[in-house]
Design a protein around this ligand. Structure first.
Ligand code: SF4
Length: 369
């Protein structure tokens, strides 16, 4: 398979590992920000092949995991309304809210549908004008352009029955917040290549300069990650703290200008609560006032929700890299992909799900064959 096998070549991987072994003279701790990168690292066993002392810390870059519980509870309150067709990407359906999840709500009769693009939701709104169609717009800078385009399209069509429940988050403020924590052990970052494909990497330059921390824009294949780790280690060994680009085949410094423009047109930066992490200033996107008519939160006005995390779930510590899934008492027993207590066990980008899929230190129970 051209353009894929090249990035999974075992011989090249061994060569990069050898170079890493020669280059690393002392322990280093590197965070891969993106949950997609976590899955590659864990699935391929790359984190276990690294030279002793180089430790990967898993970061908060799972869009499903960081969507706040309050947003999920609000989503379910909206989805339960008889006039609403609630649409979402599939991962979100099984994420636990305080009392239930969207999939259970659908089983009880709510009109909850999986879509593969926000434009699918717009199409449903066109085809079924008697329904109020709501799309759950979550994720990082990667999904924001398509969601913004859907809102623009809905406005062009003058759709009065389409709205979005927005809970977008932004990566650089989360990295800044992690570094500000006095217990933070991260010495270098692998920045998510797809986020940078949209936004470029200029936003990381002040972080790297201020904190003197290497930031390497990195792709998602095994060789991408090995090369990104090597570039980070080389910077650390040389005492540099700069932004470098491993993912040159997909990312330019300035990113994708048209995508940035559509984000800037439809959204504005806002403070945002991250599930498991807390409230971070200027860390999210909300609809700009011009598009307030498409704001599902405003349209349906769900308030007085009492949200509460599952008491056993340590998702906050997992998402900040402070703990690993196997540190959680519920991991692999009371919490599995079939019986998730927290979002990191549900999502295709969740760290707990990555560990579970790779069979890391888990003892399956009879109820989870
Ligand atoms: S294993 Fe389950 S309960 Fe534990 S942190 Fe992960 S998602 Fe939460």
């Amino acid at each position: 398979m051209r353009y894929l096998d090249e990035y999974r070549d075992p011989g090249l991987a061994r060569g990069l590992l050898d170079r890493l072994r020669r280059r690393a003279t002392r322990p280093w701790r590197i965070m891969e920000v993106c949950g997609g990168q976590t899955h590659t690292l864990v699935r391929q066993g790359i984190d276990e092949l690294l030279p002793a002392g180089i430790r990967m810390i898993h970061g908060p870059g799972c869009p499903v995991c960081v969507t706040p519980l309050e947003t999920l509870d609000r989503a379910m309150a909206v989805a339960a309304r008889p006039e609403v067709t609630f649409t979402s990407f599939g991962d979100m359906l099984r994420v636990p809210g305080t009392r239930t999840d969207l999939l259970s709500l659908r089983a009880r009769g709510a009109d909850v549908r999986v879509v593969y693009s926000p434009m699918d939701a717009v199409r449903i709104a066109v085809a079924e004008p008697e329904r109020q169609v709501v799309f759950l717009a979550v994720g990082f800078e990667t999904t924001a352009p398509a969601n913004a385009m859907a809102v623009l399209h809905a406005r062009r069509l003058a759709l009065a029955n389409f709205s979005v429940l927005v809970s977008h988050v932004l990566v650089p403020p989360a990295m800044t917040a992690l570094l500000a924590d006095p217990d933070c052990e991260v010495q270098a970052f692998l920045a998510a290549g797809h986020v940078c494909a949209v936004m470029g990497w200029t936003q990381y330059e002040p972080i790297a300069a201020r904190r003197h921390v290497p930031v390497v824009v990195t792709g998602f294949e095994p060789l991408d990650l090995l090369e990104g780790i090597l570039m980070a280690v080389e910077q650390l060994e040389e005492g540099r703290g700069e932004v470098e680009n491993q993912y040159a085949r997909a990312v330019r410094r300035s990113g994708n200008r048209p995508a940035q423009q559509v984000i800037g047109r439809v959204f504005q930066v806002t403070d945002r609560t991250w599930r498991g992490i807390g409230h971070l200033p200027a860390s999210g996107l909300q609809l700009a006032p011009e598009f307030a008519a498409f704001d599902a939160a405003r349209r349906f006005g769900v308030t007085d929700l009492r949200s509460a995390e599952h008491p056993e779930c340590i998702a906050g510590a997992i998402l900040t890299g402070a703990r690993e899934p196997t540190d959680c008492a519920a991991y692999g027993t009371r919490c599995t992909p079939r019986t998730p207590l927290g979002a990191p066990m549900v999502s295709a980008e969740g760290t707990c799900a990555a560990y579970y899929a790779a069979g890391r230190a888990t003892v399956p129970t009879r109820s989870d064959p």
